[in-house]
Design a protein around this ligand. Structure first.
Ligand code: CTP
Length: 425
């Protein structure tokens, strides 16, 4: 298996060499586990490395932090730590643990264990493989549940019959991995997943845990695939009983994906869109604002996410109507769209089939961020205009005139500002 470790980039291999040395100094066994092993075998890049330690994971992370001088966030209650090696390379370190579910769907009771305990508590065979990165046995591949064979046969398989009952979020994870890799749920797993759905287990666990998995689905490269599969397997009633997934919704999500790609390609200098917020909004499109609020509150989405989703739900139809009007002034478009987030505007663009609306939105994006007045409050002061709230009002009117190309130069802006001040006084 050593040759598999060779597949990592030089940077990761150097890091593994450090981990190997530190594990030796502490006399611990250290293993790479989970998604990074799965993706290594699949030949896919994954720079989120999960390490488990037979020993004290926190002590190991402290030593690593001192050695590399990198930032480490400790979650001492869970015996885990996250090290940020570079912005793109992250290391999660945990003590090997044994888990016991006192009640279905509740969080497990955790105690320190061996590697085999840690692998057995995992969701699917393809996520339960490990590679030793300490001595003796550096590079040894550990596959207690035939994960490699499932990977070769493109199967998602749980490790034991109570897996979905213990942790119903695995229903969402199973669908996510199945669709991401183009795998299939193995027969017994599929039937247990369906049973878990019939028992409405997703509705019985803490909503934030479901939310985190929904967000992961929405962050997939193509979230439409797992959403459609979920619709087929469970329906989306666990999110909201009024949430359906008609064909129009698939079209909206597809259109959202191409609109996001177009925006990111044409506007590389702007802040990146939070694509998953666009998809979440598309998912909730069609709900009344009352029902959308219920979803956002139930799953405790952050305030900023709630604001963006709700502004779309409440305003998109009106905005599309206004933008469709012939000969609407650029300044009106600007003032209509400027208070909205990029995510909201992108979905409005995706939703509208009118080329006029889409063109108006493109023009807005061309203007926004680059539209700057030549003048500022200091110029108004120099013109002898008494300072106060009127400054904002005058500057806004001059900006509207600039957007509508009624003024273009510094002198024209100054002349307009002074005219506006005279009218006011
Ligand atoms: N895991 C699990 N059950 C869960 C969540 C996580 O067994 N409900 C285990 C799996 O072994 C998984 C690992 O924890 O591989 C890490 O979880 P996560 O980072 O969520 O998934 P990855 O497998 O790394 O997948 P991704 O590529 O989506 O990050």
């Amino acid at each position: 298996m050593k040759e598999y470790l060779e597949k990592f980039s030089a940077e990761v291999r150097e890091l593994i060499a450090v981990l190997r040395r530190l594990a030796g100094e502490l006399d611990y066994n250290a293993y790479l586990v989970g998604g990074c092993v799965r993706d290594l075998l699949l030949g896919m890049k994954n720079l989120d490395l999960d390490i488990v330690i037979e020993g004290d994971g926190i002590a190991f992370a402290e030593k690593l932090s001192a050695h590399l001088g990198v930032k480490v966030v400790f979650h001492r209650r869970f015996g885990t730590a996250t090290c940020f090696i570079h912005s793109h390379l992250k290391l999660d370190i945990a003590t090997c643990r044994r888990e016991f579910y006192p009640e279905p769907g509740h969080l497990p009771v955790v105690s320190a264990g061996l590697l085999k305990d840690d692998l057995f508590r995992r969701d699917f065979t393809i996520n339960a493989m490990a590679i030793s990165i300490s001595d003796p046995g550096f590079g040894r591949f550990i596959d207690l549940f035939n994960g490699r064979s499932d990977l070769n046969n493109k199967k998602i398989r749980i490790l034991h019959n109570l897996s979905f009952v213990d942790d119903p979020t695995r229903i969402l994870r199973a669908v996510r991995f199945e669709q991401r890799y183009g795998f299939r749920l193995e027969t017994a797993t599929l039937s247990l997943l369906k049973k878990a759905c019939q028992m409405a287990l997703l509705e019985k666990i803490q909503a934030q845990r479901i939310r985190d998995e929904i967000v992961l689905i929405l962050k997939e490269d193509d979230p439409l695939k797992p959403l459609k599969r979920l619709k087929q397997l469970t329906g989306l009633g666990f999110i909201n009983k009024h949430l359906y997934f008609p064909d129009g919704k698939s079209r909206l999500l597809k259109k959202a994906a191409s609109t996001i790609r177009h925006f990111n390609r044409l506007s590389p200098l702007r802040r990146r869109l939070e694509g998953w917020v666009v998809y979440l909004t598309a998912l909730l499109d069609g709900l009344s604002s009352g029902e959308a609020k219920k979803v956002l509150n139930k799953f405790v989405f952050a305030k900023g996410v709630q604001r963006r989703v709700l502004s779309y739900i409440k305003e998109s139809d009106k905005i599309i109507r206004v933008l469709k009007k012939p000969q609407i002034k650029s300044s009106r478009v600007y003032n209509l769209l400027e208070p909205l987030s990029y995510e909201t505007i992108i979905l409005i663009k995706a939703k509208s089939s009118s080329s006029k609306v889409r063109k108006e939105i493109d023009c807005f994006f061309n203007l926004s961020g680059f539209m700057r007045l030549h003048i500022s409050g200091c110029d108004l002061n120099a013109l002898g205009i008494k300072s106060g709230p009127c400054y904002q009002e005058i500057l806004k009117k001059v900006l509207n005139a600039r957007i509508d190309a009624r003024v273009n130069t510094l002198d024209e802006e100054l002349a307009l500002a002074s005219r506006l001040a005279k009218i006011r006084s």
